[in-house]
Design a protein around this ligand. Sequence first.
Ligand code: ZN
Length: 186
Amino acid sequence: MQERETGASAARHVRRLWSIDPTAVQRSNLHFMNRYMQLAIESALEGVRKNHGGPFGACITQNARVIAVAHNTVLRDRDCTCHAEINAIRAASKKLRCFDLSACELYSTAEPCPMCLAAVFWSRIRKIHIGVGRQVAARYGFDDARLHAEFRLPQHRRVMAIQTGVMREACQNLFAEWKSLHRDLY
Ligand SMILES: [Zn+2]
Protein backbone atom coordinates (compact mmCIF):
# COMPACT_ATOMS: atom_id res chain seq x y z
CA MET A 1 0.00 0.00 0.00
CA GLN A 2 2.74 2.32 1.08
CA GLU A 3 4.66 1.44 -2.10
CA ARG A 4 1.61 2.05 -4.31
CA GLU A 5 1.10 5.49 -2.73
CA THR A 6 4.77 6.38 -3.30
CA GLY A 7 4.47 5.23 -6.91
CA ALA A 8 1.36 7.35 -7.43
CA SER A 9 3.01 10.42 -5.94
CA ALA A 10 6.08 9.89 -8.16
CA ALA A 11 3.79 9.71 -11.20
CA ARG A 12 2.09 12.96 -10.15
CA HIS A 13 5.51 14.57 -9.79
CA VAL A 14 6.52 13.45 -13.31
CA ARG A 15 3.21 14.79 -14.71
CA ARG A 16 3.87 18.12 -12.98
CA LEU A 17 7.36 18.28 -14.53
CA TRP A 18 5.94 17.54 -17.99
CA SER A 19 3.35 20.27 -17.56
CA ILE A 20 6.09 22.93 -17.15
CA ASP A 21 6.60 24.88 -20.35
CA PRO A 22 10.40 25.01 -20.90
CA THR A 23 10.15 28.29 -22.82
CA ALA A 24 8.30 29.81 -19.86
CA VAL A 25 11.21 28.78 -17.60
CA GLN A 26 13.68 30.38 -20.00
CA ARG A 27 11.59 33.56 -20.17
CA SER A 28 11.43 33.66 -16.38
CA ASN A 29 15.22 33.22 -16.09
CA LEU A 30 15.75 35.95 -18.65
CA HIS A 31 13.40 38.22 -16.70
CA PHE A 32 15.47 37.81 -13.53
CA MET A 33 18.80 38.08 -15.38
CA ASN A 34 17.65 41.34 -16.97
CA ARG A 35 16.47 42.62 -13.60
CA TYR A 36 19.86 42.02 -11.99
CA MET A 37 21.70 43.57 -14.95
CA GLN A 38 19.29 46.54 -14.79
CA LEU A 39 20.34 47.13 -11.16
CA ALA A 40 24.00 47.05 -12.24
CA ILE A 41 23.26 49.52 -15.07
CA GLU A 42 21.39 51.91 -12.75
CA SER A 43 24.26 51.83 -10.26
CA ALA A 44 26.77 52.52 -13.06
CA LEU A 45 24.67 55.47 -14.26
CA GLU A 46 24.52 56.88 -10.74
CA GLY A 47 28.31 56.59 -10.50
CA VAL A 48 28.82 58.34 -13.84
CA ARG A 49 26.46 61.20 -12.91
CA LYS A 50 28.17 61.67 -9.54
CA ASN A 51 31.61 61.37 -11.17
CA HIS A 52 32.55 58.42 -8.95
CA GLY A 53 34.29 56.64 -11.82
CA GLY A 54 33.83 54.93 -15.19
CA PRO A 55 30.54 53.52 -16.58
CA PHE A 56 30.74 50.16 -14.86
CA GLY A 57 28.22 48.48 -12.56
CA ALA A 58 27.93 45.09 -10.88
CA CYS A 59 25.30 43.08 -9.03
CA ILE A 60 25.81 39.93 -6.95
CA THR A 61 22.94 37.51 -6.34
CA GLN A 62 22.42 34.37 -4.30
CA ASN A 63 19.44 32.09 -4.94
CA ALA A 64 17.54 34.84 -6.77
CA ARG A 65 18.21 37.30 -3.93
CA VAL A 66 20.17 40.51 -4.55
CA ILE A 67 23.15 40.57 -2.16
CA ALA A 68 25.09 43.60 -3.39
CA VAL A 69 24.98 46.28 -6.08
CA ALA A 70 27.95 48.55 -6.75
CA HIS A 71 29.67 50.74 -9.32
CA ASN A 72 33.16 51.92 -10.13
CA THR A 73 34.40 54.42 -7.51
CA VAL A 74 38.06 54.82 -8.54
CA LEU A 75 37.77 58.63 -8.81
CA ARG A 76 35.70 59.14 -5.64
CA ASP A 77 37.88 56.91 -3.48
CA ARG A 78 41.16 57.70 -5.26
CA ASP A 79 41.72 53.94 -5.31
CA CYS A 80 42.53 52.11 -8.53
CA THR A 81 41.17 48.83 -7.15
CA CYS A 82 37.64 50.22 -6.68
CA HIS A 83 36.19 48.64 -9.81
CA ALA A 84 32.48 47.78 -9.73
CA GLU A 85 33.07 44.04 -9.41
CA ILE A 86 35.59 44.43 -6.56
CA ASN A 87 33.27 46.87 -4.75
CA ALA A 88 30.37 44.40 -5.17
CA ILE A 89 32.48 41.48 -3.91
CA ARG A 90 33.56 43.49 -0.86
CA ALA A 91 29.96 44.50 -0.11
CA ALA A 92 28.66 40.94 -0.59
CA SER A 93 31.37 39.43 1.64
CA LYS A 94 30.60 42.01 4.31
CA LYS A 95 26.85 41.35 4.11
CA LEU A 96 27.21 37.55 4.13
CA ARG A 97 30.13 37.77 6.61
CA CYS A 98 32.02 35.29 4.46
CA PHE A 99 34.82 35.47 1.88
CA ASP A 100 33.49 32.38 0.09
CA LEU A 101 30.85 33.48 -2.41
CA SER A 102 30.55 30.12 -4.18
CA ALA A 103 26.74 30.21 -3.93
CA CYS A 104 26.64 33.57 -5.72
CA GLU A 105 26.50 34.84 -9.29
CA LEU A 106 27.88 38.12 -10.63
CA TYR A 107 26.28 40.46 -13.17
CA SER A 108 28.70 42.95 -14.69
CA THR A 109 27.81 45.62 -17.25
CA ALA A 110 31.18 45.06 -18.97
CA GLU A 111 33.65 42.20 -19.22
CA PRO A 112 35.71 42.13 -16.00
CA CYS A 113 39.36 43.21 -16.26
CA PRO A 114 42.08 40.72 -15.19
CA MET A 115 42.14 42.17 -11.63
CA CYS A 116 38.39 41.67 -11.22
CA LEU A 117 38.50 38.24 -12.87
CA ALA A 118 41.12 37.23 -10.31
CA ALA A 119 38.94 38.60 -7.49
CA VAL A 120 35.99 36.60 -8.85
CA PHE A 121 38.23 33.53 -8.93
CA TRP A 122 39.29 33.99 -5.29
CA SER A 123 35.70 34.68 -4.21
CA ARG A 124 34.67 31.39 -5.90
CA ILE A 125 31.65 33.08 -7.50
CA ARG A 126 30.19 30.34 -9.69
CA LYS A 127 28.97 32.29 -12.73
CA ILE A 128 29.55 35.67 -14.38
CA HIS A 129 26.93 37.37 -16.58
CA ILE A 130 28.46 40.05 -18.82
CA GLY A 131 26.75 42.95 -20.63
CA VAL A 132 29.41 43.97 -23.18
CA GLY A 133 32.84 42.63 -24.09
CA ARG A 134 36.20 44.36 -23.69
CA GLN A 135 36.07 45.60 -27.33
CA VAL A 136 33.18 47.97 -26.51
CA ALA A 137 35.02 49.39 -23.47
CA ALA A 138 38.18 49.78 -25.61
CA ARG A 139 36.23 51.91 -28.13
CA TYR A 140 35.67 54.41 -25.32
CA GLY A 141 39.31 54.41 -24.21
CA PHE A 142 39.13 51.75 -21.47
CA ASP A 143 41.92 49.61 -22.80
CA ASP A 144 41.68 46.46 -20.69
CA ALA A 145 42.85 44.54 -23.77
CA ARG A 146 46.39 45.88 -23.18
CA LEU A 147 46.44 44.30 -19.72
CA HIS A 148 45.05 41.02 -21.06
CA ALA A 149 47.84 41.06 -23.68
CA GLU A 150 50.50 41.85 -21.05
CA PHE A 151 49.64 38.69 -19.10
CA ARG A 152 49.99 36.59 -22.22
CA LEU A 153 53.62 37.76 -22.72
CA PRO A 154 56.56 35.86 -21.17
CA GLN A 155 57.78 37.55 -17.99
CA HIS A 156 60.92 39.08 -19.57
CA ARG A 157 58.86 40.85 -22.26
CA ARG A 158 56.34 42.51 -19.96
CA VAL A 159 56.22 46.27 -19.29
CA MET A 160 56.08 45.60 -15.55
CA ALA A 161 59.55 44.76 -14.16
CA ILE A 162 59.60 41.72 -11.88
CA GLN A 163 62.51 40.63 -9.64
CA THR A 164 62.11 37.25 -7.96
CA GLY A 165 64.07 35.55 -5.16
CA VAL A 166 64.40 38.60 -2.86
CA MET A 167 65.00 37.20 0.71
CA ARG A 168 63.75 33.87 -0.62
CA GLU A 169 64.52 31.86 2.53
CA ALA A 170 62.88 34.28 4.97
CA CYS A 171 59.81 34.46 2.73
CA GLN A 172 59.70 30.67 2.48
CA ASN A 173 59.85 30.40 6.28
CA LEU A 174 56.47 32.16 6.43
CA PHE A 175 54.90 29.02 4.96
CA ALA A 176 56.55 26.82 7.60
CA GLU A 177 55.29 29.15 10.34
CA TRP A 178 51.76 29.08 8.89
CA LYS A 179 51.82 25.27 8.61
CA SER A 180 52.97 24.87 12.21
CA LEU A 181 49.93 26.87 13.37
CA HIS A 182 47.47 24.61 11.47
CA ARG A 183 45.51 27.50 10.01
CA ASP A 184 42.71 27.10 7.43
CA LEU A 185 43.90 26.90 3.85
CA TYR A 186 42.92 30.10 2.07
ZN1 ZN B 1 38.16 45.46 -13.02
